[in-house]
Write a protein that binds this ligand. Structure first.
Ligand code: 2AM
Ligand code: CA
Ligand code: CA
Ligand code: CA
Length: 259
């Protein structure tokens, strides 16, 4: 993406995110309107829906020919990745928001013909906005980020998802044992930020497009790898067990699937 185009989008999307943050903070000390989706651990609140509705309205106005894939279904019915596609997770880590009022994120990204162009990932309570564009680099707020060290799995912390570890899916317990320690944060967005910053060498979870599309653009721009747990390239419309990792950690994790 051209730098001038990115700067234009960055100014707009940052303003949309500030509005979403303000909406979250308005509801912060009140009981939330919480509904279950697929089960008691899969929640949605009015804040998720209000944020998505506002993002969709802003995108419709600023980028009228684009399609929108939003978790709460207020965008379009997207079945392919052709053309301009915005992918939105209006509140990532809803369980954390409901139970902790901490460790949740807002994620938006723009893809064109399946290729990631620009991404915004906001750690709301940490006041950290990770943003960047293909070919231009990644910023944490106003500071340009440098690529994290390419550490092996054995020399770093591994972020895994609770259900995958509990049921030992895809050798998760062996991966945890091979690392320096396991961490579980409960938000895909926040987990991605820790790998971007070099605090953790991998994050592995069962993810849907809006959970990884934004982090993927930022991670790849910093020399990290995003793949399925068996080493395939996920498309922005795929879902399954997806990882973000240093190159060395990714190799070790993929090798453990066939060992
Ligand atoms: P969400 O909060 O936006 O739904 C931990 O639950 C992480 O996995 C969160 O980032 C959450 O995103 C995501 N996730 C993906 N599918 C989920 C599901 N079916 N139930 C709960 N969380 C899910
Ligand atoms: Ca959800
Ligand atoms: Ca999510
Ligand atoms: Ca969400």
């Amino acid at each position: 993406m051209q730098e001038a185009t990115y700067q234009k989008w960055n100014a707009q999307v940052t303003a949309w995110i500030d509005e979403a943050k303000a909406n979250i903070l308005e509801h912060f000390h009140e009981p939330l309107d919480v509904e279950q989706k697929s089960g008691r651990r899969d929640l949605v609140t009015q804040v998720d829906k209000e944020n998505e509705q506002r993002f969709v309205a802003h995108i419709r106005e600023s980028d009228p020919t684009a399609r929108i894939l939003g978790e709460e279904g207020l965008g379009d019915d997207v079945q392919d990745d052709k053309g301009r596609l915005w992918i939105i997770d209006p509140l990532d880590g809803t369980m954390n928001f409901v139970k902790q009022r901490d460790d949740f994120a807002i994620m938006l990204s723009l893809y064109i013909d399946g290729v990631g162009q620009a991404a915004w990932l906001c750690d709301v309570m940490g006041n950290r906005l990770f943003h960047g564009a293909k070919g231009l680099g990644v910023w944490l707020n106003d500071a340009k980020m440098t690529a994290p060290a390419n550490l092996p799995l054995s020399e770093g912390l591994a972020a895994l998802s609770g259900p995958l570890v509990t049921h030992d899916v895809d050798h998760m317990q062996a991966i945890a044992a091979a690392s320096l320690g396991m961490r579980i944060v409960g938000s895909a967005g926040i987990a991605f930020t820790k790998v971007l910053r070099g605090q953790q060498v991998c994050y592995i979870s069962y993810l849907r497009p809006w959970d990884f599309a934004t982090g993927k653009i930022l991670a790849e721009e910093l020399g990290l790898v995003v793949s399925t747990v068996d080493g395939q390239t996920p498309t922005v419309l795929s879902y399954g067990v997806v990882l973000v990792a240093t190159k060395q950690a990714q190799k070790a994790i993929v090798a453990m699937q066939t060992a």
